[in-house]
Design a protein around this ligand. Sequence first.
Ligand code: APR
Ligand code: PHB
Length: 392
Amino acid sequence: MTGTRRTQVCIIGGGPSGLLLSHLLDRSGIDSIVLERHSRAYVLGRIRAGVLEAGSVALLKEAGLGARLETESFLHRGTYLSAQNRGFRIDFQKLTGKSITVYGQTEVTQDLYAARDDAGGVIIEEAEGATLHDLQTEAPYVTYLKGGTEYRIDCDFVAGCDGFHGVSRRSIPARVLKEHERVYPFGWLGILSQTPPASDELIYANHARGFALCSMRNENLSRYYIQTPLDHPPERWSDDAFWDELRRRIPADVAEALVTGPSIEKSMAPLRSYVAEPMRWGRLFLVGDAAHIVPPTGAKGLNLAISDVYYLHRALAERYDGDAHGIETYAETALARVWKATRFSWWFTTTMHRFPDQTDFDQHIQEAELAYLEHSKAAQTAMAEQYVGLPY
Ligand code: APR
Ligand code: PHB
């Protein structure tokens, strides 16, 4: 064994959760080391959702991460929903006094890497085989391999920010870990194209042929999704077939004006709701996708990761000031918000998608739900306050 070092918080995973936690801890005078299995280029190559809740934006700005976010993002005061090719609008700003911000997760991650670099933060890339030890003691440690050599990090706490496929959650014994899951019987086929967006705001479309979403990154970069069966590989869909299917599902006037072009990325994502409990085991804390997954409908994934990080960094800062209450209640506090967002994204998914076993009755229920949303201020307010983000 060569190379043992010490830090206060060892962070497993250099995605948005791990990087933001490291950044916020640093601002509270707490040092950390981030261990990332992949290279930075790989992490930055992943395309994820692009919608930030008002609270996420406020937190990022307050943490000094707002420079590019301020100039390169797009404020959306509402969104469109569509039922059988007819759209209507939900006005977030009017209903809740808040808006959402369109800014890609890749951009957030890039800003976080830049901020960590500026502050001299330690991020160890291509760290393989991270293993968590003695988590139930006061002296946990993490071992990993890099370039064939084994290293050890001694720490006070371990933050499991390593996503759904990480090692942290699996370090909690099976007899302790409770998993709650719903797997949806369809996926989203997404494309990115260098074309102007179909609309000034996002369009979530329900259609008897299946769900569709029109989203965007900027004035000349659009992101579109269509619901497809899980066994459809992306290669099965030519660009033309994708555009034709999208047009069939979205409002007629939008379909007519849609500007299409070659896809520059095409990928398929399965949809699942998943929550693991507990989010704390001894000196291990789970954060973000390591503890929970939401389907992308409503774009809650990154926003939930940000609220987990907010709770945990505050709890750790208090703990180093002598007050352990926050870390004792972290799991409960974070999970309360996680379950509400899990419920919202389940509801939005269930309302907007075509299920393989869907009956005529089910279709009418969905249409009635959307008609109710279109005409009830109360229903719209409930949707809007969850979409813009529940308070921390
Ligand atoms: N050791 C070190 N790093 C690991 C390990 C491991 N054993 N396993 C996974 N990782 C890394 C991954 O390579 C990834 O970069 O942990 C990181 C986890 O990042 P994300 O999956 O992006 O998860 P998180 O940071 O919690 O961000 C949540 O990402 O998946 C979206 O919708 C989600 O937007 C949300 C956000
Ligand atoms: C996206 O732009 O990729 C996106 C937007 C909203 C969602 C999901 C994905 O609900």
